[in-house]
Design a protein around this ligand. Structure first.
Ligand SMILES: *Cc1c(COP(=O)(O)O)cnc(C)c1O
Length: 486
């Protein structure tokens, strides 16, 4: 299996070659030359597999240059009840992504698929934990090392640190805005004492952190010498690891391949739902893929109108589902590539237009850039939007009716899912975080604190290890060099 760039100007590469990287050299995103297909007989055989064995079956279709025995060992090390131990009381952690039936009436079924039982209580662990093991494996083989450098406002940084802690050949340098994350998120990251994890608290806001990462990435000499890499949401291995749980959700919610299910996905950078698109292209019987956004509705606007319009910083709202506060959806280009019939020249022109004009229009109206919006329905995509009041009302309602507390992002998903139910088709909402992570809004909705999984009770009281720094590029470069010795 070879991987090509959406922009068509980079050589085809193997899975292992693109594993440690981000963007293709031409600025595009990697996708397989074609999507591997899954037959009905295979799907049937997969019904009885453990999560790890299912992950092996799906991933071996993509990671064709990793010896199968090695891949099998990696997924078995990753997807264990021990790693995903934060399942709700009564749930079977060995299921890795247990399902909860919320509503069942008139042939409608609304189900929650829990993806947030990993070490940082958010779905990003599903892919990041595998990435940590894959990176360690690949670096070991190449006798190489890698210094991961990134910026976080919460979920991604902590998922990366928990995946990479203690891994041979890897260091993580993570910038975060000093005193701007929640006490829980700060404690989760800063309490890590592993010598290969470096938390840098920048005196500034998240944008300052991101600007510092960009400045360092643009210094190619420094980047190469220091072996700097990233683990952002466009990393192909992250996307493909997420494909697995769509298969798992489907198989757990159905008894025969004649049945279809739909998924509603709380969305920001389009990484999670992009994996659903890939699962559907592989032949998984998915009816609809519903993107749920918060007040930052770039994606909802596209799926309603065909207009993709990225937002300026001033138009990007800070919301109570903060992990979906995005101004543009960085994985969206992967779907647009398929929507354009994989015409990389047109794709490159459209995304150039995003940089110059802030977006493009595929509505087919006079003066638009194309009419492919008419084809979106063929891919199953629909969308909806949820705002703070919806979120609070949904958390309250789900708790009253079903006795289960959901987080703010998942609440956006449930709100939008209820607007897209089809009789006879099970709707699965992906639960992207546990409520303990976003306690402030849980208090507002339920008048009490969210329950914390065992081991997190006193996390804020643990000793913290971090370095405070001004928003100064020279200083962060000096800090990295001093700690890598390169
Ligand atoms: C990252 C994140 C999302 C958004 O996922 P994308 O892949 O960026 O669309 C939603 N909810 C939570 C809790 C997240 O951490």
């Amino acid at each position: 299996m070879q991987y090509i760039s959406t922009r068509g100007q980079a050589p085809a590469q193997s899975f292992s070659h693109i594993l440690l990287g981000g963007l293709a050299p031409d600025g595009g995103l990697y996708l397989p030359t074609e999507y591997p297909q899954v037959s009905g007989a295979e799907l049937d055989a997969w019904r009885k597999l453990s999560y790890a064995d299912l992950a092996f079956e799906v991933l071996k279709k993509f990671a064709t240059d990793i010896p199968e025995a090695d891949l099998k060992a990696l997924v078995h090390k990753t997807y264990t009840a021990e790693v995903y131990r934060n399942a709700r009381p009564g749930d079977d952690a060995a299921q890795i992504t247990p399902l909860h039936v919320l509503e069942q009436s008139d042939g409608n079924k609304l189900v929650l698929q829990a993806l947030s039982n990993g070490p940082t209580l958010a779905f990003k662990d599903m892919a990041m934990q595998l990435l940590g093991n894959l990176f360690e494996y690949a670096l070991d083989k190449q006798h190489a090392e890698l210094n991961i450098f990134g910026a976080t406002s919460g979920d991604t940084g902590s998922a990366a640190e928990y995946a990479m802690r203690g891994k041979r050949g890897i260091r993580v340098f993570m910038l975060s805005p000093h005193k701007k994350m929640s006490a829980f998120q700060t404690a989760q990251m800063f309490s890590l004492q592993d010598p290969n994890i470096f938390n840098i608290a920048v005196e500034g806001v998240f944008d300052d952190c991101q600007d510092m990462v960009k400045a360092v990435s643009n210094d190619l000499e420094f980047k190469n010498r220091q072996k700097i890499g990233t683990v952002n949401s466009i990393n192909w291995a992250r996307v493909v690891a997420q494909v697995v749980y769509y298969f798992r959700g489907y198989l757990a919610a159905t008894t025969s391949n004649e049945q279809k299910v739909s998924f509603t996905v709380p969305s920001g950078n389009f990484g999670n739902i992009c994996a659903g698109h890939i699962a559907r292209m592989m032949g998984l019987p998915i009816d609809k893929l519903v993107a749920a956004t918060n007040e930052n509705d770039v994606l909802d606007e596209f799926f309603r109108t065909g207009v993709y319009r990225v937002r300026k910083s001033a138009e990007t709202y800070h919301t109570s589902s903060p992990s979906m506060d995005i101004s543009k959806a960085s994985n969206f280009e992967r779907f647009v590539f398929d929507l354009l019939g994989r015409d990389s020249a047109r794709l490159a022109a459209l995304f150039k237009k995003v940089e110059t004009d802030g977006g493009f229009d595929l509505s087919g109206k006079p003066g638009s850039d194309g009419d492919e919006f008419a084809k979106v329905a063929q891919y199953g995509f629909q969308s909806g939007k949820s705002v703070h009041a919806d979120r609070v009302a949904t958390i309250r309602d789900v708790h009253e009716k079903h006795g289960i507390a959901i987080d703010t992002h998942t609440a956006d998903g449930v709100k939008v899912a209820r607007e897209h139910l089809t009789p006879g088709v099970t709707m699965i909402v992906l639960e992207t975080a546990l409520p303990a992570k976003f306690n402030e809004t849980i208090r507002e909705a339920l008048g009490r604190d969210a329950e914390r999984p065992a081991g997190f009770e006193n996390i804020e009281a643990l000793p913290q290890r971090f370095h405070v720094m001004k928003a100064d590029v020279a200083q962060v470069k000096q800090y990295i060099a001093a700690h890598t010795g390169l």
